[in-house]
Design a protein around this ligand. Structure first.
Ligand SMILES: [Zn+2]
Length: 191
């Protein structure tokens, strides 16, 4: 991106689930913001219609393994299989069109061998701003203050469209978007 253009990347992990993701999509639609969703494959199998809506509204899907597995606890082969199963599910729901193979390891951790194997087929994205929205002790104002403190041009901010994060994330999200828009940031999707 050019030096005079300020942009950030909103990302949502662990969806898509019918209890939370549609409410996130409503907020993003309201503000005209596009985001990247690192989805759990098993959710796509169970709730393809939620995934469809996310994609139809211009958001970008990424892969977050099929069962949200911690890489350090499984073999390289099973990890690659988890990712492959999720890609298949994404492609099935997209009718075969997947332009970008994006991957984010659950918990932000995987083994060196897993990383090396996956980087041949996927672009791997971690984050630099962790909102802690899954922590019930984090109020919307606390989450906003984290974003204010750590966001820089090009930051990748992680939220979770999960049931665990719902009560913290949903009230924080509009505040975060409004703050970033006031600061002149554009919202981009990872690719
Ligand atoms: Zn996750």
């Amino acid at each position: 991106m050019s030096a005079d253009e300020k942009a950030v990347y909103l990302t949502f992990d662990d969806g898509c689930v019918p209890e939370v993701t549609p409410l996130v999509l409503d907020i993003l639609l309201h503000y005209g913001v596009r985001a990247t969703f690192f989805c759990v494959g098993d959710n796509l199998l169970k709730y393809p219609e939620v995934f469809q809506r996310m994609v139809n509204e211009g958001h970008i899907p990424g892969n977050h393994t099929f069962h949200h597995v911690p890489g350090l606890r499984v073999s390289v082969d099973s990890y690659i299989e988890e990712v492959g199963m999720t890609d298949k599910q994404i492609e099935k729901n997209l009718s075969g069109h997947l332009n970008h193979h994006l991957f984010r390891p659950p918990y932000g951790r995987f083994s060196y061998k897993q990383k090396r194997a996956l980087s041949r087929t996927h672009k791997i994205f971690l984050w630099d701003v962790l909102t802690h929205d899954y922590n019930p002790r984090y109020t919307p104002d606390k989450i906003l203050s984290i974003v204010k403190t750590y966001t820089r041009n090009g930051s990748i901010i992680v939220f979770h469209d999960s049931i665990k994060a719902k009560n913290q994330m949903l009230p924080a999200l509009p505040k975060v978007i409004e703050y970033l828009q006031q600061e002149g940031y554009k919202f981009k999707t990872l690719n």
